[in-house]
Design a binder for this molecule. Structure first.
Ligand SMILES: [Zn+2]
Length: 67
């Protein structure tokens, strides 16, 4: 396999839109407590933080994408 992966039914991280990690041919997403899937705990953390900020009413314009 070289880059072109087409998983039928594979989901993407709801935060950074990257494909969810696959380990041993199985989807191994980070599942947040709200049932959403993320590529890792950091995305889940950031999404939660954004959610919280939105709720509070102070939307930060700085979304940092760590690679
Ligand atoms: Zn992500």
């Amino acid at each position: 396999m070289s880059g072109r992966v087409t998983h039928s039914g594979a989901a993407n991280c709801v935060f950074c839109r990257k494909p969810l990690p696959v380990v041993n041919g199985r989807l191994q997403p980070w599942r947040a407590s709200n049932g959403l899937f993320f590529c890792n705990e950091f995305c889940a953390d950031d999404a939660e933080e954004l959610n919280f900020r939105n709720r509070v009413g102070r939307v930060g314009s700085a979304i940092k994408l760590s690679t």
